[in-house]
Design a protein around this ligand. Structure first.
Ligand code: GDP
Ligand code: CA
Length: 321
């Protein structure tokens, strides 16, 4: 079975670990979000691709959900001693090596897809990990300019998310460069040839939304012969983790499992899973033309997550029939 997953960072990566356990024989292609990518200290950092790669490859910091296990921060401390920041983005020593390899290969002319494949040679994630595009796309968030009352400014997504902790209102979320971007080699083919397409419980705006913003991807998912099933990252009216409610508000979507399903819409989604606490949302989602079931959606461990993945695959079979 060929499964395609449109994944962000932590939510996507943890789901993928469950999916691999639920469907060990499946051929899984992950289309990873690169809108969170940022250049720091002259290095190209791809947080979501790395979170997927480290999580599936056994190198992730488990509790944190991102970055490397057994990490140290000597380089960061030395940079700070030179007054070189930003200090708000936590790059550890082990992680630095990944970004150095990536940047060196990029400078030598390799596209990001080839670089990602080379990095995965080490990590063996057990899935084919494709960046959504080889072109540069950077998600920016429009906020009030603290220096000029009445004016707004755009900041890099990481500055909004990590430095500002999404604590100021987001007026808009813009995937800069997306309109000119081309899907990376293999992306559209994978969607076209898939038996099932899954939206994991990733951020609907800045993870899955950014991938769908690459011209051709939304169309490929909408036209896919395969069932498309998503899992809600919103449980009981709030994100399970992080600040997805803030970016949902920026695009005018309520933070409920049903509102996120309607935001994707029946043109993309055939099926949608909500948590059991949101069982009352099922009729509303079905009224929107999307088959819906309520099942436990808390990724408390690999077994619980594997059960979620199995439910998603079962719903895919149900809508296919
Ligand atoms: P990021 O790029 O690291 O922010 O990760 P993703 O975009 O892949 O996933 C972020 C989303 O995962 C957040 O909106 C969370 O609400 C969601 N999430 C995290 N843990 C869980 C969980 O256990 N269950 C569900 N349903 N969603 C989760
Ligand atoms: Ca991310």
């Amino acid at each position: 079975m060929r499964i395609v997953v449109l994944a962000g960072g932590i939510g996507g990566a943890r789901f993928l670990r469950g999916l691999k356990s639920a469907a060990p024989g499946a051929d899984v292609t992950v289309i990873g979000n690169t809108g969170d990518d940022i250049h720091l200290f002259g290095l190209k950092v791809c947080p979501d691709l790395d979170t997927v790669m480290y999580t599936l490859g056994g190198g992730i910091h488990e509790e944190q959900g991102w970055g490397r296990a057994d990490e140290t921060f000597a380089v960061k401390e030395e940079l700070a001693a030179y007054g070189v920041g930003p200090e708000w983005f936590g790059l550890g020593d082990r992680d630095f090596a990944t970004h150095i390899v990536r940047t060196r290969m990029t400078a030598a002319g390799y596209p990001l897809s080839a670089v990602t494949e080379a990095l995965c040679d080490r990590w063996r994630p057990g899935v084919r990990l494709l960046p959504m595009t080889d072109d540069r796309v950077e998600t920016h968030v429009v906020i009030d300019d603290p220096d000029t009352p009445g004016k707004r400014k755009a900041v890099h997504f990481q500055e909004y998310w990590v430095r500002l902790r999404a604590a100021v209102p987001a007026h808009a979320v813009v995937p800069v460069g997306a309109e000119q971007a081309k899907p990376a080699p293999g992306v559209l083919e994978a969607v076209g040839e898939a038996d099932v397409v899954l939206f994991p419980p990733s951020n609907p705006v800045v993870s899955v939304g950014t991938i769908l913003a690459v011209p051709g991807v939304r169309e490929a998912v909408a036209d896919a012969g395969a069932p498309v099933v998503g899992l809600s990252p919103i449980v009981g009216g709030a994100p399970v983790r992080g600040m997805a409610d803030k970016v949902l508000a920026a695009v005018g979507v309520e933070s409920t499992a049903a509102a996120v399903a309607r935001h994707y819409g029946p043109a993309l989604l055939d099926g949608w899973l909500v948590d059991t606490v949101d069982a009352a949302a099922v009729p509303e989602v079905e009224a929107a033309g999307i088959r819906c079931r309520s099942v436990p959606l808390m990724m408390t461990g690999v077994e619980a997550t594997a059960r979620m993945a199995a439910e998603a695959l079962a719903l895919a079979e149900e809508v296919r029939a």
